[in-house]
Design a protein around this ligand. Structure first.
Ligand code: PRT
Ligand code: MG
Length: 217
């Protein structure tokens, strides 16, 4: 764990950072600089006892689990894949919202493919989520792990379908794909290291409370 008098919050750049700024403001925290323009990975704030670390979205739970950060903000997509071990998830912040979906090329008969019972080839970054989803439907799948640009896979014959996040639907549309099934709604959650929650309770609880009320909970 971090020093007892220092609070470290793990965030990712991009949409989560942008949507977290108002929550930080509600907790009286202002970053000293923007991670979009700075290359620094450790960013101070107006509070001497609070700092931010900038990590990949999918690495946030790992930093918090091991106590390298006391708090973090991570999408439910990332938390499901991580498993949530060692983490409290006290607040759904209702930010960075989207949906985890199954998508296919336009014209692909998904219900028929599922009915036929043949193995479905599924390309995704979210292999645990996809495995659970298709297992619950009793559909046999071959999972193909990708790290990005899932939309390409069915277009070049790597997979029949993809499992990916959809927000506006613009990416699917641009690639002649269509969402055929929702797996779960996604939003980002505040996560807290379990030991920090006990040992730094006095500093952490007000931040949790400010985030909760700013998120309208
Ligand atoms: O980008 P990087 O590889 O570093 O990591 P990342 O993609 O995990 O991070 P980032 O910052 O892109 O996303 C952080 C979190 O935002 C995710 O973990 C989700 O919880 C949440 N989020 C919300 C999204 C989206 N909406 C989203 N639309 N994450 C990704 N997308 C992608 C999606 O994968 C697809 O490629 O945007 C594309 C679809 O968008 P539309 O608007 O065209 O439908
Ligand atoms: Mg991304």
């Amino acid at each position: 764990m971090n020093q007892i008098n220092q609070i470290t919050l793990a965030l990712s750049k991009g949409r989560i950072f942008e949507e977290t700024l108002p929550l930080l403001a509600a907790a009286g925290i202002t970053p000293a600089e923007s991670p979009e323009s700075s290359r620094k990975l450790i960013i101070g704030t107006n509070r001497a006892d609070v700092r931010l670390i900038i990590v990949r979205a999918s690495d946030v739970p790992t930093y918090v689990q091991h106590g390298a950060a006391d708090l973090g903000i991570a999408g439910k997509d990332v938390l499901v894949e991580h498993g949530g071990e060692g983490l409290y998830q006290p607040v759904d912040l209702n930010i960075a919202k989207c949906r985890m979906m199954v998508a296919t090329p336009v014209g692909f008969d998904y219900p028929a493919a599922v009915r036929r019972g043949a193995r479905l080839r599924v390309a995704t970054k979210y292999v645990d989520t996809a495995r659970l989803h298709f297992a619950s439907k009793g559909v046999h799948v071959d999972l193909i792990k990708l790290y990005g640009s899932m939309e390409l896979a069915p277009l070049v014959g790597l997979a029949d379908v993809i499992v990916d996040l959809v927000s506006t639907g613009g990416t699917l549309k641009a690639n002649n794909l269509v969402a055929v099934e929702e797996i779960m709604p996604i939003s980002s959650r505040l996560v807290v290291n379990q030991a920090s929650m006990k040992l730094k309770h006095e500093a952490i609880q007000p931040i949790v409370d400010a985030f909760r009320s700013a998120a309208g909970k």
